[in-house]
Design a protein around this ligand. Structure first.
Ligand SMILES: [Zn+2]
Length: 181
């Protein structure tokens, strides 16, 4: 299938995805906890306190919620529905599997929150979806950024303005997506 046709289909699926995100967040709001209450001291050294007060996590036992992309008109992305995931972020809330809760994973998902903040809901969904279509999960640009920063965090190599860096790199990802739209 022509990539442009797929992007067109993604545009059509966007309202359904947006609604699914809203419904999923509303359904889990009561179970969510602000990340600054998790006792992860190193997160507080690299992210602003106001961000960690606002970001919320939901701990789940099994696979975190993931949209039924094939039923939203995107059967081409059905293979991603079956991927086992340890964490996933929607807007300012992330879901993590209980067995995989680590400060490193919380860092990774908080990077995604800053990406969502920077792009807004529709642009994040488009950029993420286009990245999946073009590069697959691990090498999609918004994941590649989160994994690279996570590695730097794990190795104690992060320096300077982290949020500013995520903003700049996210802007560059969006420029790449825009060229395809
Ligand atoms: Zn990720």
């Amino acid at each position: 299938m022509n990539p442009n046709d797929l992007i067109q289909k993604f545009h059509l699926a966007l309202p359904h995805l947006r609604q699914w995100v809203e419904d999923t967040l509303a359904a889990h709001r009561k179970q969510s906890v602000p990340v600054n209450r998790m006792g992860y001291a190193r997160l507080g050294q690299v992210f602003p306190e106001e961000l960690l007060q606002r970001v919320r996590s939901v701990v789940v036992e099994g696979n975190p919620p993931f949209p039924a992309l094939s039923r939203m008109g995107l059967p081409e992305l059905a293979r991603f529905e079956a991927l086992p995931i340890t964490g996933v972020t929607y807007r300012d809330t992330f879901f993590v599997r209980r067995a995989h809760q680590t400060e490193s994973l919380y860092f990774h998902e908080t990077v995604h929150v800053v990406q969502w903040d920077r792009l807004g809901v529709d642009r994040f969904l488009l950029a993420y979806g286009v990245g999946l279509m073009q590069f697959g999960y691990r090498d999609s640009p918004l994941e590649e950024m989160a994994y690279t920063l996570q590695d730097d965090f794990d190795q104690g190599r992060l320096a300077g303005d982290l949020v500013g860096r995520i903003h700049r790199e996210t802007d560059a990802v969006w420029e790449g997506v825009k060229a395809l739209l």
